[in-house]
Design a protein around this ligand. Structure first.
Ligand code: IP8
Length: 264
């Protein structure tokens, strides 16, 4: 089996989003185990992870997503370096779990190679063309901007879009989330929520965005980016990262429990 698989570990899967810098090491470890299995099968994995409580809480507190604000600029700059440091810490933990499985990784922090936010960010994506067997790992981060705002937030979902669409040979783009089996017809904690086996932008769902926690777009941004990816990549899925064996099932059988994402 071959081909590239771009996987995003959602911030809500690998951390507790509501409380500062709380990692869910067990979740990362169990995904890492399956990443090792699919690598053994011959797939080349590229990994992106979200920020969860290592990024969103401080970014929210200091309005980092909307760029520099003169009255609080010094505190914002301190927050920017703190968030970057915290993200490197989270990234090292993720990479540590992958290395425990015997995987070789290369960390590519966006603050070193990307400029600007949103899906049009600039950056040389050829650095993701790694030698065989080495997994490039990147993440949502605070990046510099060149539009006068000084800094902003680049979501891992935007990085997913660009990597999946621009790297040659991507057959699968898979978003692992931490609170549901896939896209549900209503917020997953609501009674009677039903898993949608497929979703495209013409299907309406009642999704929630926890703006008080999430400075990027939450599940909505993921769904939009996933759908854009599906115009170019055949297998785009949002699945439950708490059940990582589904990753293996999807890659070996072409099907699993989760939501297959369609173009519009
Ligand atoms: O969790 C956000 O990335 P995401 C990055 O992938 C920061 O949307 C630093 C909040």
């Amino acid at each position: 089996m071959s081909g590239k698989v771009v996987i995003k570990l959602g911030g809500g899967l690998i951390t507790d989003k509501g409380s500062m810098k709380t990692i869910n090491t067990e979740a990362v470890r169990s995904v890492a185990k399956y990443v090792a299995e699919i690598t053994d099968l011959g797939f080349a994995v590229l990994l992106v992870h979200g920020a969860g409580s290592y990024g969103h809480i401080l970014a929210k507190k200091w309005s980092i997503a909307s760029g520099s604000r003169r009255s609080i600029l010094e505190s914002q700059r301190e927050a920017v370096s703190r968030i970057r440091k915290d993200m490197i810490e989270l990234n090292s933990i993720v990479i540590g779990c992958l290395e425990e499985q015997g995987l070789q990784c290369e960390s590519l922090p966006p603050s070193n190679w990307a400029m600007g936010t949103g899906k049009e960010f600039s950056g040389n994506l050829t650095i993701f063309e790694n030698e065989k067997g080495v997994i490039p790992v990147t993440f949502g981060d605070v990046v510099d901007t060149n539009d006068g705002t000084e800094f902003g937030i680049l979501s891992g979902d935007d990085i997913m879009l660009r990597l999946s669409n621009e790297m040659v040979g991507v057959g699968h783009a898979i978003f692992l989330i931490g609170d549901a089996p896939g896209i549900m017809d209503r917020p997953p904690h609501q009674d009677g929520a039903i898993l949608l086996e497929t979703w495209g932008p013409n299907d309406s769902v009642n999704s929630e965005h926890y703006e008080e926690i999430d400075v990027t777009g939450g599940i909505r941004l993921k769904m939009e980016r996933a759908s854009e990816i599906s115009r170019n990549v055949q297998n785009v899925w949002i699945i439950d990262g708490r059940q990582p064996s589904r990753l293996l099932e999807l890659l070996t059988r072409g099907q699993t429990i989760g939501t297959r994402i369609m173009p519009s």
